[in-house]
Design a protein around this ligand. Structure first.
Ligand SMILES: [Zn+2]
Length: 393
């Protein structure tokens, strides 16, 4: 290589590093400025559930389902972290075809592991351009309602599991106006996610617009600042959403997918499994929790429909679209006997639970019960008692 081109490459990389440093330094400084202006003694924004500040990991674009399923599933399962996957009904490339049943099955399996499936627009259109061209009502109809209906029509090919009603929405391309937010909340969603805004921190039970910090693609994460930002989250007592796209090892060649030139740029919007592990480890070390976007918005979701039905009977308005977390914390005794329940996910929200009746169900995993600090009495019923005799509860 000629000396001149070597110098050019070095100069370009210095320039790139400088811009990266400047961008992340600005994000951090801005957060510091606005966080300091918060009334630090006012803890009224802390709420129920765990009362612990935390991180929500949010992943966009469901044409990336293979990456999410292959790499995300393992890490999140291992670390017991629930995240939010924001989906469309179509593949961005491949002629913009609808998701195949295999892809839908994978999405529903992520949901059955406790991850949140959020709404990211039927065809991933830009909210601003689409409503300028066709009107706000058409954008709502074509991009929002159509995907809600589409999700409602899908089910898993084997388990027949269906998508839950989405609680959160993520704006495609981070583009929107305030009129989009007011059209969407509270009619369709409890929370709608965009990009950077002032301190970027949000309180529990948040409704309306929420900012997030994008880690990949153009914004190219800077670990030094991510760690500093996470410490700021801890100090503030609030929550922060990190937005990412694909989950792929560094060495994975995006061209393998064969989606052509058009898809090239989308391949740069990716985070490595190692980086996710680093973020999880750092969060655990400094005492940050992990939440889904809907949990931060104060909404409880359940994997098991029968369990959800029991909980709905206990809340003030059983037909509410979404179950508020605030209605679960006062529960001290719960009788779930003979309700055909097989999965206890969601019980962790009943933080004040003292007595629990579980007899006559088909439950095999009791680990979540360890997350209930006040639980003193569990009535397993006769058949379950035998089943769990070997489980070290
Ligand atoms: Zn997107």
């Amino acid at each position: 290589m000629k000396l001149k081109s070597k110098i050019l490459i070095t100069l370009n990389s210095i320039k790139r590093n400088y811009y990266n440093w400047r961008y992340w330094n600005n994000v951090y400084k801005n957060m510091m400025k606005y966080t300091q202006s918060l009334a630090s003694k006012d803890k009224s924004y802390m709420l129920l559930y765990k009362n612990k500040p935390g991180i929500a990991l949010s992943f966009d674009d469901s044409f990336r389902i293979n990456d999410w399923y292959k790499y995300g599933n393992k890490i999140f399962g291992y670390y017991d972290v629930k995240v939010t996957f924001n989906i469309n009904a179509i593949h961005h490339f491949k002629g913009k075809r609808e998701h195949t049943q295999k892809e839908i099955d994978m999405l529903l399996e992520l949901q059955s592991m406790g991850h949140e499936i959020g709404h990211h627009g039927f065809k991933h259109k830009k909210a601003t351009d689409y409503s300028n061209d066709f009107g706000l009502d058409s954008w709502i109809e074509d991009e929002i309602v159509t995907l809600i209906d589409w999700m409602d029509q899908q089910s898993h090919s084997k388990t027949l599991e269906k998508f839950k009603k989405p609680v959160s929405f993520a704006f495609p391309h981070f583009l929107f106006d305030s009129k989009h937010v007011s059209e969407l909340v509270p009619k369709y969603f409890k929370i709608v996610r965009g990009h950077l805004y002032k301190e970027n921190l949000i309180s529990f039970n948040h409704s309306g617009f929420t900012p997030s910090i994008c880690l990949d693609g153009y914004y190219s994460y800077n670990l030094h600042y991510i760690k500093k930002i996470m410490r700021l989250v801890k100090k503030s007592g609030k929550n922060l959403i990190f937005t990412c796209h694909s989950i792929l090892p560094k060495e994975f060649d995006w061209d393998v997918y064969g989606w052509g030139k058009e898809a090239k740029k989308s391949g740069t919007w990716r985070i490595t499994p190692q980086m996710i592990q680093t973020i999880i480890n750092e969060a655990r070390e400094i005492g940050l929790e992990f939440y889904t976007t809907s949990e931060i918005a104060g909404i409880a979701t359940f994997i098991d429909h029968n369990f959800e039905k029991c909980i709905r009977e206990l809340i003030s308005n059983p037909s509410l679209k979404w179950i508020p977390l605030s209605e679960l914390s006062p529960i001290v005794e719960l009788d779930l006997s003979n309700q055909g329940i097989s999965n206890l996910d969601g019980i962790q929200y009943c933080v004040n639970l003292e007595k629990l009746h579980l007899g006559g169900n088909n439950i095999t995993d009791f680990r979540l019960l360890k997350k209930l600090p006040k639980l003193k009495k569990i009535n397993f019923g006769n058949d379950l008692k035998e089943k769990i005799s070997n489980i070290n509860y």
